[in-house]
Ligand binder design. Structure first.
Ligand code: SAM
Length: 285
């Protein structure tokens, strides 16, 4: 397997993002009909945590490592930890699964994943990771363009009426990323109305998110809500204070799986000034 040390893997942002993702997959698995997942910004799929250098500066020390060993966690957090543990069969946490690996772990025989990754080296690592898994297609391409190219999903004779689009960009272009995300979700909603959309976003200075969230609230969707975990006060444009998952057309009552887990994440991972929120931007009728 092609690993790379990753200092951010398993940090508080990954904990929130992947806890929500794992529970979304479990919700999808409660129905028999096959589903399709599009991971627009997939990364390399697998990260190494255990080298001594990695452990010293690793953000996982303040993230996923803190959760292991905590008694009586909410079942949604437990489900996430089980999914991470499944990639560490010896016991100690040395490897951290990225989103495409977490998705692949939950797929059933008829379900499919399309994972897009623009960076050639990362896409190659993904290809190697999934070369034996016929349920997973790796696309070395722009993930936003994939919404137009791959949706609505149809593979052979199978049309996938339901599923998930995960949008997890690096935000390197900073504020320019937000209009692209809103346009991509709008396009996706038109092409594939049966899907749920999950968008991860960073929180550095909360007020800068307002225009994005206002536009998200105005999307032509059945429901829009957000779940946020902030591990410290938000005041710096440089430091990640926390992050959020914007949920568009999430499965019915899915918020009930997430809301009670947030205060526990705050309690275990938070510093002074930590907060969480689950807020509806658009309630279903
Ligand atoms: N979703 C992954 C996970 O949860 O494990 C992490 C993804 S990482 C935050 C963002 C990735 O997007 C990087 O690997 C980067 O190379 C890739 N990327 C950047 N721009 C992209 C684009 N336009 N389309 C597809 N991938 C892109």
């Amino acid at each position: 397997m092609n690993y790379r040390h990753a200092f951010h893997a398993g940090n508080h942002a990954d904990v929130l993002k992947h806890m929500v993702l794992v529970n979304l997959l479990e919700a999808l698995n409660r129905k028999d009909s096959p589903y399709f997942v599009l991971d627009t910004h997939a990364g390399r799929g697998h990260y190494l945590l255990a080298s001594p250098e990695a452990r010293k500066t690793s953000e996982a020390e303040h993230g996923v490592f803190k959760l292991f060993g905590q008694p009586q966690l909410h079942p949604s957090i437990e489900a996430y930890l089980r999914a991470v543990q499944a990639h560490n069969p010896v016991g100690a946490l040395v490897a951290y699964p990225g989103s495409p690996l977490l998705v692949a772990q939950h797929l059933r025989e008829g379900d499919r994943l399309a994972a897009c990754e623009l960076q050639p080296e990362e896409a190659q690592a993904l290809r190697e990771l999934f070369h034996r898994d016929a349920r997973v297609a790796v696309h070395a391409r722009d993930g936003y363009g994939a919404i137009k190219a791959l949706l609505p999903p149809r593979i052979g004779q199978v049309k996938y009426g339901r599923g998930l689009v995960l949008i997890d960009p690096p935000y390197e272009a900073q504020d320019a990323e937000y209009p692209q995300i809103v346009a991509a979700v709008r396009e996706g909603l038109t092409r594939w109305p049966g899907a749920s959309f999950a968008v991860w976003y960073p929180i550095k200075q909360r007020r800068t998110l307002q225009p994005f969230l206002r536009k998200a609230a105005a999307l032509p969707a059945r429901s829009v809500w957000l779940a946020e975990l902030q591990v410290r006060a938000d005041d710096s444009p440089l430091r990640l204070a926390g992050s959020g998952m914007l949920m568009i057309n999430a499965p019915w009552q899915f918020e009930q799986a997430i809301a009670p887990a947030l205060p526990q994440l705050q309690q275990v991972l938070g510093e002074t000034g930590a907060t969480t929120r689950l807020e509806w931007l658009r309630q279903p009728d």
